[in-house]
Ligand binder design. Structure first.
Ligand SMILES: Nc1ncnc2c1ncn2[C@@H]1O[C@H](COP(=O)(O)OP(=O)(O)O)[C@@H](O)[C@H]1O
Ligand SMILES: [Mg+2]
Length: 474
């Protein structure tokens, strides 16, 4: 097997006589490096498009390859200089250029003349592009409605503008749809089916339910001490939890951003319910009995499903409870690592730490060193990262679908114990160390996409060694 990856810059050529022909021009040194025969047509793949191309050699710079206009157009490659990774496989006499990375999201294009708005991940998309430009690759953003059988009408960044164009089906898709409603539509299932048919990996392809995550983690004995007691909320379980715990949380199974959460605490034989989605004093009500609370709870809950959970006595800072968001990614060896962590401190008069509910971010070590001695603080942070990576790896293994990024909420109790509060498959990009120009997660994700895109070539080459050798099963 001989495969080698090399960054190359594709440039539109003006020197070909017939610009419509599928031709490319490369340096003698590159042709020699790849040991590429120039006498017969080469198969060039860009995303899921494949074309037969004639090669010419010329004394050029080694990493530049000129494409005829016809070739570039048919590959749906914008007529620009684009740095890509090139991989030549001798066995198939084929050149793959990419990776082509598509980000699927519920973008907003309310005014045709204005730039699209990628909402909460807009600047993150710029960062992803920056990493892709650095490593080599082609990145675009698209809405599920703009996908057809052969191509995608998506946005790529040119200078500072997002340009909408027909683009190829990519090598890999990162799902950043934030609307559970859209994610549950038929058109999205059709899109997933299309990607599946084309063998295009889609990662973080769905939301996680708080109940499922708890159930799959609790079956790991060593994680038990880190998981708050949790059950599906119903009359019996709520009564049971009230008897067992002086304070408990009730949270929507499919909730996010700290919405619709209730903290119920027994105070002098009465039951104080605090509501995260109400502000000021409307946010707290007192009930004489658990039954009265439950009656009101069912009146308010509108068929939503909830879990009931033991409240963890979280560390506080200036009397405000806090937790940590640890962002984890799968690397090219398919090992989960924590890439960043932040502390989130609930705002005053709030008991959830979510930034969407006014929570404040702090660097984890600056905070922990105010609460513990330095050595313990460093140790706690390291343990938190280990626990988050372990939880991510288990969720990835035990849930169907492919995941490459998870945001784990970790609480620390007053005795220093660590608690896994929840796992997010669409973690907010706001709750990430934003002091760097490019967030660590942008780098980690592009690296993983590149691995996914090219590992298929390696696998294909390997499988060529068996009896199905003359099938190019892409
Ligand atoms: N069992 C608990 N004990 C203490 N605080 C909790 C508990 N569950 C949630 N919280 C607080 O509420 C926040 C939101 O809860 P979470 O389960 O992460 O739901 P969401 O999906 O809305 O973020 C947490 O970040 C934490 O601040
Ligand atoms: Mg959360």
């Amino acid at each position: 097997m001989s495969i080698s990856f090399i960054p190359i810059t594709i440039k539109p050529a003006t020197s070909f006589q017939n610009i419509e022909e599928h031709r490319l021009l490369m340096s003698y040194s590159l042709a020699q490096y790849w040991n590429i025969p120039t006498s017969r047509p080469l198969t060039v793949s860009f995303g899921k498009i494949k074309l037969q191309v004639m090669i010419e050699c010329s004394p050029l710079t080694k990493d530049e390859v000129f494409f005829s206009e016809g070739l570039q157009k048919e590959l749906l490659l914008p007529l620009l200089n684009i740095k890509l990774i090139g991989s030549y496989t001798q066995k198939n006499h084929s050149l793959t250029i990419g990776p082509v990375i598509g980000l699927l999201t519920d973008l907003n294009e309310s005014d045709e003349n204005l730039q699209p708005n990628f909402r909460s991940i807009h600047s993150f998309c710029h960062e992803l592009q920056e990493v892709v430009s650095d490593i080599g690759g082609f990145f675009f953003v698209f809405h599920p409605k703009d996908v057809t059988q052969e191509k995608i009408y998506g946005y790529y960044l040119q200078e500072d503008d997002w340009v909408k164009a027909d683009l190829p089906l990519p090598d890999v898709v990162y799902n950043r749809i934030h609307s559970r409603k859209l994610e549950a539509t038929k058109s999205l299932s059709r899109l997933k089916e299309l990607l599946y048919q084309h063998n295009i990996p889609l990662f973080n392809d769905r939301f996680l339910s708080k109940e499922d995550v708890h159930q799959l983690l609790i079956s790991e004995i060593h994680l038990k001490p880190h998981l708050p007691d949790t059950a599906r909320a119903n009359k019996e379980t709520i009564i049971d939890f009230i008897a067992k715990y002086s304070s408990l949380f009730i949270k929507p199974i499919h909730g996010s951003q700290g919405r619709q959460i209730i903290r119920l605490t027994e105070v002098n034989n009465r039951y104080q319910a605090e509501y995260s989605s109400c502000t000021n004093n409307g946010g707290t009500r007192l009930y004489e009995t658990p039954e009265k609370f439950i009656r009101q709870f069912y009146r308010d809950s509108k068929d939503r499903q909830y879990i009931v959970q033991q409240a963890i006595p979280l560390l506080t800072y200036k009397n405000r409870p806090l937790d940590f968001r640890v962002l984890c990614h799968k690397n090219f060896q398919e090992i989960w690592k924590a890439t960043s962590a932040v502390a989130r401190i609930s705002s005053e008069n709030q008991f959830v730490s979510n930034l969407a509910k006014g929570g404040e971010m702090m660097k984890p070590l600056s905070l922990l060193t105010q609460l513990f001695d330095r050595k313990t603080a460093i140790q706690q942070l390291a343990l938190m990262k280990e626990l988050a990576a372990e939880a991510s790896s288990l969720i990835d293994q035990k849930t169907c679908g492919l995941f490459a990024e998870l945001g784990i909420d970790i609480g620390v109790d007053e005795a220093g114990g660590l608690w896994i509060i929840e796992a997010n498959s669409k973690p907010s990009k706001q709750s990430e160390d934003s002091l760097n120009k490019v967030r660590p997660s942008a780098k980690a994700l592009v690296e993983y996409c590149t691995f996914l895109a090219f590992s298929k070539i390696v696998t294909r080459e390997d499988s060529d060694d068996d009896i199905t050798r003359n099938h190019d099963n892409e």
